[in-house]
Design a protein around this ligand. Structure first.
Ligand SMILES: C[S@@+](CC[C@H](N)C(=O)[O-])C[C@H]1O[C@@H](n2cnc3c(N)ncnc32)[C@H](O)[C@@H]1O
Length: 219
């Protein structure tokens, strides 16, 4: 991802990471097929957050083949863990279900098939952590629901927020991506300036934002 980070920096950071064998195998199978799973250095940062926060209720937007759900479950390693993960593409729902059946982890991962916005509207339980990794043009629409579904002091992690550097640099913006760029900039401005949130945007992978819910009200 040279447009955000120098390749040698990323390669060096990646050289420090040793993924568990089952995680590494699942990563390779997915990356060989160009499935857009979380980058290794992003996963490693999320691992640190998981050890700090020790979440037992996680909501994920964007399952794909189940890699990040499995990764989080493997790291948390607790029978009481509950992950709900939303995916709108039927073929990914099927594939993720099969993958999660054959893999070894503790706790329960439930795939919710359908569009994240529609599902978010109907969820009521509270979560310790929300991981947003779905359509980049929708992050701002997801935000009020994710905020309200989060316990106080809970965390939202949002991936791909610098989108190949386009979000930070007008010269990189491809014509067809203008709407996504405009909406993602609005999302980052909102989480960065909101009185009930504390956020940090990191140039890690394709850009990662960490947001803590410090107040109760979204409005
Ligand atoms: C980047 S991939 C997720 C990767 C996964 N989190 C991982 O790291 O293993 C994004 C996924 O979000 C799904 N998606 C995009 N927009 C969505 C929406 N509005 N509702 C549900 N799923 C969505 C896509 O079909 C795709 O599988």
């Amino acid at each position: 991802m040279e447009l955000i980070n120098k390749i040698f920096t990323t390669n060096y950071i990646k050289s420090l990471i040793e993924e568990d064998e089952e995680i590494a195998r699942f990563r390779k199978e997915s990356e060989d097929r160009n499935i857009p799973i979380i980058h290794e250095e992003v996963a490693n940062f999320i691992k640190v957050i998981l050890h700090l926060l020790k979440p037992l209720k996680i909501l994920e937007l964007g399952t794909a083949v189940g890699f990040s759900s499995f990764f989080m479950a493997k790291i948390i390693d607790n029978d009481n863990l509950e992950i709900k993960t939303i995916e709108r593409r039927d073929s990914f729902v099927d594939e993720a279900s099969k993958n999660l059946e054959r893999l070894n982890y503790k706790g329960n991962i439930e795939i919710l098939p359908g569009d994240a916005l529609e599902i978010l509207e109907n969820l009521e339980e509270k979560f310790d952590l929300v991981f947003i990794d779905a359509a980049k043009s929708k992050y701002l629409d997801f935000l009020p629901y994710c905020f309200n579904l989060l316990k106080k002091d809970g965390i939202i992690i949002s991936d791909n927020v610098l989108y190949k550097g386009m979000i930070a640099n007008d010269d990189l913006v491809e014509r067809r991506q203008k709407t996504i760029v405009r909406k993602m900039r609005k999302y980052l401005k909102t989480i960065s300036n909101h009185p009930s949130m504390e956020s940090s945007v990191l140039p890690l992978g394709d850009g990662l934002a960490i947001t803590v819910k410090k107040g109760e009200t979204y409005e």
